[in-house]
Design a binder for this molecule. Structure first.
Ligand SMILES: Nc1ncnc2c1ncn2[C@@H]1O[C@H](COP(=O)(O)OP(=O)(O)OP(=O)(O)O)[C@@H](O)[C@H]1O
Ligand SMILES: [Mg+2]
Length: 245
């Protein structure tokens, strides 16, 4: 039996007069590695925002662990983590303080306060930063002083430190060089926990790079807010891609 973790039932999302998502049905089952394809403006980021509960759909139902977001407590909601396309880092905090922000859900107000004052422990943050190949010389640098690829990896470390089961990643490779893409892709699709690090086992990644599809089980194609296909990666043919690009 497939264990469905996240489900969209007949979701539509309208902004002013524009229909941005159009009757989307989608199930994300435990352990799946899904690639989300679609051209710019097709609705990938909007779909991810509905999946993680930051956008409420105009119509339809979103279920996480078979419950609506309103029925879930904070800890349950944090079983999903998101790497945002626009990263959503706090520019005036350091890289390590930003990574520690991924721990806010499992800690109290005192931890948040200490992190803001820059007097909290960064031991765990450094472990995840190392994993993302961030050099220790940038740990205490402010975000605005970092390169695009460094910022992206800070956002990835912040997301992984959360220890969530489900990862939604929106173009996480866009600022990375080929070697880093390989390293980060392996981290995001890791199946086995290692060195006390719990990796998300269920992953959806929005991406434009078709050459990176190999490690995914499923591919979803979206166009004009509608899902055109949701298939096994091994069944993907040129005509599928022609439908969405
Ligand atoms: N906050 C917003 N207000 C109004 N319209 C929006 C907003 N965010 C997105 N849109 C519109 O919704 C549509 C889908 O946008 P979305 O960002 O989901 O696309 P995308 O597939 O992620 O594109 P890209 O590959 O460029 O990131 C676009 O037409 C966009 O202009
Ligand atoms: Mg997008």
């Amino acid at each position: 039996m497939k264990n469905t973790l996240l489900e969209l039932k007949n979701i539509s999302y309208k902004y002013k007069k524009n229909l941005i998502l159009n009757k989307v049905n989608l199930k994300i089952n435990s352990g799946e590695k899904i690639a989300l394809l679609g051209k710019s403006g097709s609705g990938k980021t909007t779909l991810i925002s509905v999946l993680n509960g930051t956008i409420k759909p105009t119509l339809g139902e979103v279920k996480l662990f078979n419950k609506s977001f309103e029925e879930l407590d904070r800890k349950q909601k944090h079983k999903i983590t998101t790497i945002w396309q626009d990263l959503r880092l706090i520019e005036d905090l350091s890289a390590e303080q930003n990574v520690n922000c991924g721990l806010l859900a499992e800690n109290n107000f005192y931890f948040a306060f200490k992190n803001l004052l820059n007097i909290s422990s960064f031991k765990k943050a450094h472990k995840y930063m190392q994993l993302c190949k961030l050099h220790n010389s940038i740990y205490d640098k402010k975000i605005r002083k970092l390169s695009g690829g460094q910022k992206q990896r800070v956002a990835i470390a912040r997301s992984l430190i959360q220890g969530s089961n489900i990862l939604l990643a929106d173009e996480p490779f866009s600022n990375l060089d080929p070697k880093l893409i390989k390293t980060i892709k392996n981290l995001l699709l890791e199946n086995v926990d290692k060195n006390n690090i719990k990796f998300p086992k269920t992953t959806l990644v929005a991406l434009h790079r078709l050459d990176l599809l190999n490690d995914f089980d499923k591919v979803i194609g979206i166009r004009d807010g509608k899902i055109f296909f949701n298939i096994k990666r091994t069944n993907l043919k040129k005509f599928h891609l022609d439908k969405i690009y």
